[in-house]
Design a protein around this ligand. Structure first.
Ligand SMILES: Nc1ncnc2c1ncn2[C@@H]1O[C@H](COP(=O)(O)OP(=O)(O)O)[C@@H](O)[C@H]1O
Ligand SMILES: [Mg+2]
Length: 328
C-alpha cells in the first residue's frame, strides 16, 4: 500500500476570545474537536463540511500556520511540531484567498516560492520553467499578477505550492469564486497531479466537487470527522431510499411538512425546489401513507420517485441537519 503523505491524530484547536477583528466578542471556540485524517501518496482526500465546520483551521494547522491545542500532524512521517522546517519542505499549501503580489510576474512568483524552499537560484529558475508548463502558464510567464484572471491566479498559487515537489498538497476551497471553465481545468489538473503520486488534501463545501475528485471523502462537522470513505461507499452505507415528491400547485407549508415527518417509516423530510422529499427505510409503507396524506390534504403530486441517497443525504444522516443550514 502507498505510504502515508499525511497522518493527523486527534487534533484539537481552541481559539481564545479576541477583542478585535472578525471574531471579536466571541468566547473560546473549539474549532477542531479531535479531528483525525490520513492521506496516502497519490490519493485525494476531500474534506467536506459546511461553513464553520473547521476546515480552514484544519488546513492551516496541517500547514504549520496554526498551532494546535493538542494532537499531532505528520507529513510523510515527519512530525510538524518536532521538525517544522523539514515538514514544510514536504508540503505545499494553497490558501483560500489569493495572496499574490500584484507587481510580480508569474515567473517571479514561482522563483520566489522555489527560493523560499531553499532551491538554489539556478535550480529555482529551472524549476519555475517546469512548473509554468505544469500549470499551463508559459504564455503568461512575464505578465504581472494583477493582469491575470482569477483562474490563472489560482494556477500560479498551485504552481507555488508545487515548486518543491511536495509529498502533500493542501488546498483550501480552491475553486470558490472561479468560473465553470476554470473549475473544470483545475479539476483536470488535480487528477493528473494525483497520478504523479502526490497526496492531495482538499477542503471544500461543494458536494459536487468532493464527489468528483475524491478517492475518499471525510465528512467534517463541528471540528470532527463524522464519516470517511469512498463517495460510493458512503452512499451505499446510507441505507434506504429517498422519495422525491413534486407537487402540483402551491409549495408545502410548515404544517404540511410536519405531518410528512410523521409518515410511516419517514426519517427526515426536506423541502425541495418544487415540493419535498422524504428519507425512509421503508419505501413501500412510506409511499402508501404519503398517498393517504396527499389525499387527506386535497393535494396532488405531479410525480413521486424513488432515488438512492446522495452525499447530501449522507451528511443529513450524520449531522442531523441539512448541509446548507448554518450550524447551531
Ligand atoms: N482566528 C479565529 N478566532 C476565533 N475563532 C475562529 C478563528 N478562526 C476560525 N474561528 C472559528 O472556528 C470555527 C471554524 O472555522 P473555520 O476553520 O474557518 O471553518 P470552515 O473553514 O470549515 O468554514 C468557526 O466557528 C469560526 O468562527
Ligand atoms: Mg474555510
Amino acid at each position: 500500500m502507498a505510504e502515508l503523505a499525511l497522518e493527523v491524530k486527534e487534533l484539537v484547536k481552541v481559539y481564545d476570545p479576541k477583542k478585535r477583528g472578525k471574531h471579536a466578542g466571541t468566547g473560546p471556540v473549539r474549532a477542531l474537536d479531535g479531528l483525525s485524517l490520513e492521506v496516502r501518496e497519490g490519493e485525494l482526500l476531500g474534506v467536506l463540511g459546511p461553513n464553520g465546520a473547521g476546515k480552514t483551521t484544519a488546513m492551516r494547522t496541517i500547514a504549520t500556520l496554526v498551532r494546535p491545542t493538542s494532537g499531532t500532524v505528520k507529513i510523510a512521517g515527519v512530525d510538524v511540531e518536532r521538525e517544522p522546517d523539514r515538514a514544510r519542505m514536504l508540503l505545499g499549501y494553497v490558501s483560500q484567498e489569493i495572496a499574490l503580489d500584484r507587481l510580480l510576474t508569474v515567473r517571479e512568483h514561482l522563483v520566489l516560492a522555489a527560493r523560499l524552499h531553499r532551491l538554489t537560484s539556478s535550480e529555482a529558475r529551472k524549476r519555475a520553467d517546469e512548473v509554468l508548463a505544469l500549470v499551463r502558464l508559459e504564455e503568461k510567464a512575464d505578465v504581472r499578477s494583477r493582469k491575470l484572471s482569477g483562474g490563472m491566479k489560482k494556477r500560479v498559487e498551485l504552481g507555488m505550492g508545487l515548486v518543491h515537489h511536495p509529498k502533500l498538497l493542501v488546498l483550501d476551497e480552491p475553486t470558490v469564486g472561479l468560473d465553470l471553465d476554470s473549475r473544470r481545468a483545475l479539476w483536470d489538473f488535480l487528477q493528473g497531479l494525483k497520478a504523479s503520486g502526490t497526496g492531495v488534501l482538499l477542503a471544500t463545501h461543494s458536494i459536487e466537487e468532493a464527489e468528483r475528485l475524491s478517492d475518499k471523502v471525510a465528512i467534517v462537522d463541528r471540528g470532527r470527522v463524522q464519516r470517511v470513505g469512498a463517495p460510493a461507499e458512503l452512499k451505499a452505507e446510507t441505507k434506504g431510499d429517498v422519495l422525491e415528491v413534486v407537487l402540483e400547485g402551491a409549495l408545502p407549508d410548515d404544517g404540511f411538512l410536519e405531518e410528512a415527518k410523521k409518515l410511516e417509516g419517514a426519517r427526515a423530510v426536506t423541502r425541495t425546489r418544487d415540493g419535498f422529499e422524504v428519507a425512509t427505510d421503508e419505501g413501500a409503507r412510506t409511499f402508501a401513507s404519503l398517498a393517504a396524506l396527499l389525499t387527506a390534504r386535497g393535494r396532488a403530486a405531479r410525480s413521486i420517485t424513488y432515488r438512492k441517497p446522495t452525499l447530501e443525504d449522507v451528511f443529513l444522516r450524520v449531522a442531523g441537519r441539512e448541509f446548507r443550514e448554518e450550524p447551531v
